[in-house]
Every structure is written in C-alpha cells, then in structure tokens.
Design a protein around this ligand. Structure first.
Ligand code: AMP
Length: 175
C-alpha cells in the first residue's frame, strides 16, 4: 500500500509557508497504521531493544505501538514541566526562541539499548535534543525511526552525523 497517499497536507498551517504533513489521517486508516508500525519495526526485529523512546506527542502513538511489536518498554520524552519525577533536560532552538525536552532520570539505565521514534523529522533539532537527553542518561541509541522525512531540511543527515542509524518510511520534497 502507498503510505504517502494516506497523509493529508495542509498548506500554511500553523503559519504561512509551512506545508503541514498531517499524519492523523495515516493513523486513522487501520491498514496504513498497521503497515507503518510493522515497517518501522522490521530492521529491529532481530536486535535487542530494551526501550522505545517516543517524542511528545505524535511520537507516543507510533512509539507505543512499536514498543509492543518489539516486546520493548516505552519511555516518553516530553516538553518541560510535564514529568513529575527528577529529569534530564536539554534545550533546543526553535525558529523563534528555545524549548526544552525532558526525560525521567531513572527511565533509562546505563547501556540500555534504545530506539528513538517520532512521526516526522524536519531540521532534526527536536531529535537532536532527544539524543542529547538520552546520552546524558548513558543510553546506547541503536537507531532513530521516523514515519516522514523532509530531506531538504537536513535532519536525517544531522542525526546520522551523531553516529545514529536513521530509518524513515516516506519522503516529501520541500519544506
Ligand atoms: P524538527 O525539530 O525541525 O526536525 O521538527 C520535528 C518536529 O516538528 C516533529 O515533532 C514534527 O511533528 C514537527 N514538524 C516539523 N515540521 C513539520 C511539518 N511540515 N509537518 C508536520 N509536522 C512537522
């Protein structure tokens, strides 16, 4: 099945000039959702994955399903202020200003094998911040998986330059 056709594009959301790739239409389609989770899992079926780490919020949807498929646990990486226990945190740059990602300090123990997941990689700034949080915790990041890649924005190359193998299912040209 052509997963790309199940993704809705909304021009000028949330602001002028952005082509928003709306993955909720893929999630709603049971065939597309199942296939996307199986395709994300395929490269990792023979490798020990202790935890899948999902980035808030759409990374939780794919990440939890992927964790179940791989027999792994699930760890949430969230925007600052949502997690109740001690955390590691990492600032990252947005177009205007900065934001902060957090992960519970005891969610990953040293040397655990983790797989990072989000719905989409654009500039890679969000994923890079998640990688830095995981490295603070001592995790061994065995890969990063995204449903959608916007290759013109360079995020995939940015994460690969950190020594992490990246898998993606669908590409859209442009921004
Ligand atoms: P980035 O940090 O630039 O790689 O942006 C990735 C994050 O922003 C992901 O969590 C995406 O869900 C969201 N995002 C960025 N660009 C888009 C886009 N064109 N359509 C939908 N979501 C996007």
């Amino acid at each position: 099945m052509n997963l790309k056709d199940t993704i809705r594009t909304i021009p000028d959301f949330p602001k002028e000039g952005i082509m928003f790739r709306d993955v909720t239409t893929l999630m709603t389609n049971r065939h597309a959702f199942t296939e996307s989770v199986l395709r994300l899992a395929a490269p990792y079926q023979e490798i020990l994955v202790d935890n899948v780490v999902g980035i808030e919020a759409r990374g939780f949807v794919f990440g939890a399903a992927l964790a179940f498929e791989l027999g792994a646990g699930f760890v949430p990486v969230r925007k600052k202020g949502k997690l109740p226990f001690d955390t590691y945190e990492q600032d990252y740059a947005l177009e205007y200003g900065t934001d902060t990602l957090e992960m519970h300090a005891d969610a990953v123990r040293g040397q655990e094998q983790v797989l990072l997941v989000d719905d989409l990689i654009a500039t890679g700034g969000t994923a890079e911040a998640a990688v830095k949080v995981l490295r603070k915790a001592g995790a061994n990041i065995i890969g990063a998986a995204f449903v959608i890649d916007l290759p013109d924005l360079g995020g995939r190359a940015r994460i690969e330059a950190m020594g992490i193998p990246v898998t993606t299912l669908i590409e859209f040209e442009g921004e």
